[in-house]
Design a protein around this ligand. Structure first.
Ligand code: SF4
Length: 283
């Protein structure tokens, strides 16, 4: 495996007030977490964030919205945002992450310049029932199939450290394998007192074993450590690359702050890895 690490940044372009009940998510209105809520971020602000991400070395920029999925207004807003970012920052791979989506909606995003769509299975089909009652794992899987049918690259992973069993992890990985994603994001639960799931962050060595397990199953796929990196791996963040991660999210997450990108870049270089340069993910 090459010693390159891919950087990606995310922008929460529509935050909070989600009617779904995902037990791990502070954006669910059912949990009343103390987070920033806004309907739509100003598009100029989104473009500025994309410019900053590019300047920090990000090869990908993800437009994330809260909520179960897309409606006409939200789809239009994501498309307008995508067009504006592509115009000002053409050399960045554009990802959208907007929940459940049908084929037509995904084709519309593609026309607006979106190249990849992130939709996570989150966990095994069985365990997911304990995490969310307002929509089903099957609907999530179906959206992933639509992503591929629409000609977008699929970004599909999940979240660990919620109390799932080894069997759940194995089952989840087999489901992800059946979708053959371009990138697999690995999130690690970031506890919040407002959430119904009451567990501590995963032990860093156990979390490193999870990355290794995923890498063993997916020798060639891009593995991105996303949310929960800092709180889970603490002083062992530099070890995530040795066990198989080759991408990280830099900057802030959806509702929590990340480290300074320059600090992450320094950590990557000190660990003996290089920052991957941008090239179109369609080439
Ligand atoms: S994960 Fe998505 S659908 Fe679930 S509560 Fe959070 S924003 Fe809503």
């Amino acid at each position: 495996m090459s010693k390159e690490v891919f950087l990606c940044a995310i922008s929460n372009i529509s935050s909070g007030s989600c009617a779904e009940d995902c037990g791990f998510c502070t954006q669910s209105s059912k949990h009343h977490a103390n987070i920033k809520r806004y309907k739509y971020k100003d598009i100029n602000e989104i473009v500025e964030e994309a410019k900053k991400a590019k300047a920090n070395g990000a090869v990908g920029f993800c437009l994330v919205t809260s909520g179960k999925g897309l409606d006409d207004k939200k789809l239009d807003f994501v498309c307008q945002s995508a067009i504006a970012v592509k115009k000002e920052v053409p050399q960045i791979n554009l990802i959208a992450c907007n929940g459940l989506a049908n084929l037509e909606q995904l084709k519309t995003l593609k026309k607006a310049g979106v190249e990849l769509y992130n939709h996570n299975l989150e966990s095994s089909q069985n365990f997911y029932k304990t995490l969310c009652q307002t929509h089903s794992w099957k609907e999530r899987y179906q959206t992933c199939l639509h992503v591929k049918e629409a000609g977008l690259k699929l970004v599909c992973g999940g979240i660990f450290g919620l109390g799932e069993s080894e069997e759940d992890r194995a089952s989840f990985l087999q489901s992800v394998k059946s979708l053959d994603p371009f990138t697999i994001p690995l999130n690690f639960f970031h506890p919040n007192s407002a959430l119904p799931i009451k567990v501590n962050p995963m032990d860093e060595d156990d979390a490193l074993k999870v990355i290794k397990q995923v890498r063993d199953e997916f020798p060639k796929t891009r593995l991105m450590v996303a949310g929960g990196r800092e709180i889970t791996f603490k002083t062992k963040q530099n070890k995530i690359f040795d066990v198989g991660a080759n991408a990280i999210v830099i900057g802030n997450y959806l509702t929590t702050s990340g480290d300074q990108p320059c600090k992450d870049i320094e950590m990557i270089k000190k660990a003996g890895y290089e920052i991957a340069l941008w090239k179109s993910c369609s080439s």
